[in-house]
Design a protein around this ligand. Structure first.
Ligand SMILES: [Zn+2]
Length: 429
């Protein structure tokens, strides 16, 4: 009898009690009831060579096929693809807990913004902060993301709002991406707000974005996406269209903050311009949901923002689910309207306030979030050829993650094949 020689790999993770591959169904995002089958394997193992997953299967079969330099026994814990936060604003200096207290006392987010607070207050602070301090703050926040299981983060500029400070913010994102294990996907968001100096001349600020910022950002390849805050009193649909078209012409992919506080037509603009994602969508009209479901736009829902703003109306996720619109979830981490870096907390809110099942919520922070970042071929699944980004959770089953809320259950994080968190502690490989 010939015993076939085992293939040797760098790392073999074994005895995952439950492992979700997310590698099922059609090639794109998972929609509606497709999210109920996430490719569950019990007592699972994953073989990793370098930065890439080689194979996934049951522990007994995998142990017969592979020998490994390092074997990691996870003792029945839950294993998922590394979480992807597809909407964050992490480059800021200074926090806004004073506004939180004002909101608790009855002021609205819009009132605070009108009075000069909100985004513009963060802009004033960022402009006074040295670049190395901005980088340091971002790196500390990325460590926190990693400890909470997040391995890929979309990161927007948008607290600079001058050519110098927007470029500086994007450069900080690039530097952090080089230094830190987390993959950062940079988004240019000069159209986050109108800065103080352009309040009475909005057209000149839009010209500055289109004629100066976008060409420099594109020329220096500083951003993969361009995003616009399309909202009453911020950027109108027409203004958003001009900016996004200029970014598209310059080679960027598009995102849009749409229909958050009011219904303004942002969702239709996302469909028209073939944005990769439309984000927030709390106030999206029902007709537009059906239309968006027939397009390639991914809906990114941010229930943490609704929660943190103390609003009662959440995005109509169940109608989206029924319509077959793919749903991704993100924290919207920012110092004003969503001061959290916890994607598990977002899954809890998605279940309780959006009415999604635990499995639909998990698809929202893995495979569908990868689709919202155009990373569907490399991130968001545990499958051969995919980047070896895995999170090991102190949980007996997948439903447990949203159930045990406001608790960090992350045990081990593997990023590009390296163990970067173990026993809940950050490790340097
Ligand atoms: Zn946002």
């Amino acid at each position: 009898m010939i015993i076939p020689e085992k293939q040797s790999v760098d790392l073999l993770l074994i005895h995952a009690g439950t492992l979700l591959t997310l590698d099922k169904g059609p090639s794109g995002p998972l929609c509606g009831s497709e999210t109920e089958d996430l490719g569950e394997i019990l007592d699972a193992a994953v073989a990793i060579q370098g930065e890439t997953v080689v194979a996934v299967g049951s522990t007994s079969v995998m142990q017969s096929r592979f020998s490994a330099t390092r074997v990691l026994d996870v003792h029945g814990r839950l294993v998922l693809p590394g979480w992807i936060d597809c909407h964050t604003h992490p480059v800021f200096s200074g926090t806004r807990e004073n506004e939180f207290a004002m909101r608790v006392a009855g002021s609205s987010y819009e009132d605070i913004a009108r009075a000069g607070g909100g985004i513009r207050s963060s802009v004033r602070t960022l402009r006074l902060t040295e670049t190395e301090d901005l980088l340091d703050l971002l790196l500390q926040r990325l460590d926190q993301f990693l400890l909470m299981g997040t391995t890929t983060v979309e990161a927007k500029s948008g607290y600079g709002l001058s050519t110098h400070d927007e470029v500086r913010s994007l450069e900080v994102i690039h530097q952090a991406d080089q230094i830190h294990p987390i993959d950062l996907i940079p988004t240019f968001m000069g159209a986050h707000e109108f800065p103080d100096e352009f309040r009475s001349d909005r057209d000149r600020y839009i010209d500055l974005i289109i004629q100066e910022m976008i060409p420099i950002v594109a020329e220096r390849n500083l951003a993969r996406f361009c995003d616009v805050f399309c909202e009453n009193e911020v950027f109108s649909v027409e203004e958003s269209r001009r900016i996004l078209l200029a970014a598209k012409d310059a080679g960027m992919l598009l995102k849009i903050h749409a229909e958050e506080l009011a219904s303004t037509g942002g969702a239709r603009l996302a469909i028209e311009l073939e944005c990769t994602s439309a984000d927030h969508l709390v106030q999206i009209p029902e007709d537009d949901i059906a239309q968006m479901a027939r397009s390639s736009v991914v809906a990114v829902l941010l229930p943490g923002t609704t929660f943190h703003l103390g609003k009662k109306k959440y995005a109509p996720a169940q109608i989206m689910y029924e319509a077959g619109l793919p749903i991704a979830l993100a924290t919207d981490f920012n110092p004003g309207s969503s001061m959290t870096q916890s994607l598990p907390m977002i899954t809890t809110l998605a279940c309780l306030q959006l009415g999604l099942s635990p499995h639909a919520a998990l698809a929202g922070i893995t495979r569908n979030a990868a689709c919202a970042l155009d990373l569907n071929r490399s991130h968001g699944r545990i499958a051969p050829g995919y980047q070896a980004d895995l999170v090991v959770v102190n949980a007996p089953s997948s439903d447990y993650l949203p159930y045990h809320y406001a608790s960090n259950r992350v045990h081990t994080v593997i990023k590009r094949g390296q163990i970067v968190v173990s026993e809940g502690v950050r490790r340097t490989p």
